[in-house]
Design a binder for this molecule. Sequence first.
Ligand code: NAD
Length: 260
Amino acid sequence: MNQKRSQRLDGKAVLITGAGSGIGKASALLFASEGALVACADVISEAAEETAATIRSDGGKAISVQGDVRSADDAQRMVSSTVSAFHKLDVLFNNAGTGIRGSVHELNEEQWDTVIGINLKGVFQCSKAAIPVFLEQESGNIINTASTFGILASPRYPAYCASKGGVIMLTKQMALDYGPQIRVNCICPGATDTPRLRRNMSLRPDPSLHEQELLKLNRAAGRLARPEEIANAALFLASDESSFVTGSALVVDGGQTIDA
Ligand SMILES: NC(=O)c1ccc[n+]([C@@H]2O[C@H](COP(=O)([O-])OP(=O)(O)OC[C@H]3O[C@@H](n4cnc5c(N)ncnc54)[C@H](O)[C@@H]3O)[C@@H](O)[C@H]2O)c1
């Protein structure tokens, strides 16, 4: 049989923040390979464009948009650029994120504001910009990237843990307010081998010891996740296969939270 495989996101218009690297980039490439029209947004314009150009050179449809998720104007521009390019918006993937280590007495206010601003306020800003489009269309889908560190505390990571715990609860809250038209879910990845994780590792006094600790963290799998493995979970949430899934925090962590 030579039947064409049906694509899981055929013709869906998707806006992904943090699409220039790591989980966001892997998701953009995977979504495009499943037929999505992808708006690749990132605070670094070259990174966003590189992902979009890769999609286009593989025969897919993509645009890039520069923007900082903390800014209401930028969030609005990301949404309106997506709608101008693709005439609709089906899925918003709030994935951009960052983390700064340091206990409460060590973090300064600016560092706290940076992490909470990107990880939590960013979800608010981009969702706020997208929701009127979704309400007008009477359908929409929001996926947020939380973390296992929104469920478990991690040493010297207060702003990150607080932001990701906030993302899980904001996910559930929005699912309540906007169902049935808009589904809202989040993913809680465990340690994933992305440029951010490698950057953080290189800042440690003994990076190889830290890597061993991370491998132990994803305890049942005993390895880091590949960004594509997190993207696969996002693909499920973006597709109609998850049509009855809303308000959920999908844990993809190689067993990190088994005995939490
Ligand atoms: N890597 C992991 O182990 C891991 C585990 C759990 C959760 N996460 C979460 O996954 C998401 C992606 O992380 P990653 O590891 O792929 O990181 P990454 O640094 O590789 O990619 C993040 C992207 O977000 C962009 N970005 C940063 N600040 C931004 C802003 N203000 N506005 C728009 N874009 C911005 C960056 O430029 C970058 O391209 C984050 O929300 C992170 O917290 C990662």
